[in-house]
Ligand binder design. Structure first.
Ligand code: FE2
Ligand code: FE2
Length: 394
């Protein structure tokens, strides 16, 4: 390729890079796009984007290991990327294995052989190093000053997008966490293993939603909104919510109102997730055959998200241990859900639950492991939850 053509190609790629990074605001996807585009523009074998985790004093990056992607972490200051992050200056070397700053750890893990390395810092608006762009093994020859200049331009362009995406990510995460903590508040008085139930039923709801053919975003929304299904219980008096004996007819009527209270708390929210949570809260005890409450809605007049969450919620309640019953095994719980298809539950949801059952089991095991780890941390403070109460009766 002639010099002129090469320049034109780079300009085209550069323009494309600008367009692509400007349209992505999820940090995860953004890093993948950046790495791929930079690799093309600089005609190199690999590009890694390292980000600084200033809280832990580490650098992290995503690497592809076979089919999987893994996050690798290293202490600041270690290796070429660590050196660049620490000093803020660029590094351009022909033979990595002869440079004392280079560590072979990453190569050992990935089975890759690094030869030439060009690394520049990614600086934020305030000049602080956010991370490092590292390109490896130039396809022809070694990296030139021109390559270094180009990588610096790309780093400047990428930095502000990375900064925005991490802010957006933080915001999204804290929004989701707040929603989850709100749900915990509602269930805290009611059950001991609140966290476990909420995590699992929310995972099941998400899996079921995607098995119903919903998009990734819709399924994620259902996953994160579903823990609020019983938020209305905060308005139910202790004398009812925590009553060990059977509820009187009047008390049961009040208990049923947690659906209405929940939707009143959430309705007309600005947040899309909270509006979805309102639809789930009001209808998660409606039955497909019209025998549920509060409005005895029937079939498809029950919002689909509530039909999904109803099955996931009851399934998890069945496989959980309660004071009034042992934990059912998974097959029995599934058999029960199936037997209620067309009656309590949407037959389509029931059918899909059977199909994605393996994913449900896998998610359950993963959430159980996570809860054990969390319990170990929280066991430092005495349990504040009251005695476990029947859940299914509501
Ligand atoms: Fe409920
Ligand atoms: Fe529940």
């Amino acid at each position: 390729m002639g010099r002129r053509q090469e320049l034109e190609k780079r300009q085209t790629l550069l323009a494309r890079f600008g367009r692509l990074v400007a349209t992505e605001n999820r940090l995860d996807a953004l890093l993948t796009i950046i790495a791929e585009e930079v690799r093309n523009i600089l005609d190199t074998d690999r590009c890694s984007v390292f980000l600084v985790d200033s809280y832990k004093g580490e650098l992290w990056t995503k690497v592809a290991l076979g089919m999987e992607e893994k996050i690798l972490r290293m202490p600041m200051g270690q290796g070429i990327a660590g050196f660049v992050a620490k000093t803020g200056s660029a590094v351009n070397i022909r033979d990595a294995y002869r440079d004392t700053r280079f560590t072979q750890d990453l190569d050992r893990i990935t089975g890759y052989q690094t030869r030439s390395v060009l690394a520049v810092p990614l600086k934020g608006r305030d000049g602080k190093v956010l991370g490092v762009f590292e390109v490896l093994n130039k396809n022809r020859g070694s990296f030139t000053d021109e390559d270094e200049g180009l990588l610096r331009i790309l780093a400047t362009m990428a930095a502000s997008f990375i900064e925005n995406a991490s802010l957006y990510d933080d915001l999204r995460r804290s929004h989701l966490e707040t929603i989850y903590r709100m749900a915990l508040v509602a269930e805290f008085r009611d059950q001991k293993d609140t966290g476990k139930h909420l995590r699992r039923m929310s995972r099941f709801s998400g899996i079921l939603a995607s098995a119903m053919g919903m998009s990734y975003q819709e399924s994620e929304d259902i996953r994160y909104a579903s823990p609020l299904h019983d938020i209305g219980k905060v308005a139910i008096p202790d004398s009812i919510l925590r009553k060990p004996e059977k509820l009187s007819a009047e008390e049961y009527e009040e208990m049923k109102r947690h659906t209405i209270y929940g939707s009143q708390m959430l309705v007309n929210a600005e947040s899309r997730l909270l509006r979805l949570a309102a639809r789930i809260a009001i209808a998660h005890h409606e039955n497909f055959d019209g025998s549920g409450y509060p409005y005895a809605l029937k079939g498809e007049s029950i919002p689909i998200e509530a039909r999904i969450v109803a099955a996931a919620d009851v399934f998890d309640a069945l496989i959980s241990k309660r004071v009034y019953k042992g934990a059912w095994n998974l097959e029995d719980a599934l058999a029960y859900i199936k037997s209620e298809g067309g009656k309590r539950f949407d037959p389509m949801v029931v059918e899909r639950m059977a199909i994605c059952f393996e994913d449900v089991v896998e998610a359950m095991e993963e959430e159980n492991r996570r809860c054990v780890a969390e319990e170990q941390v929280s066991s430092l403070s005495p349990g504040l939850a009251g005695p476990a109460q029947p859940h299914l009766r509501s």
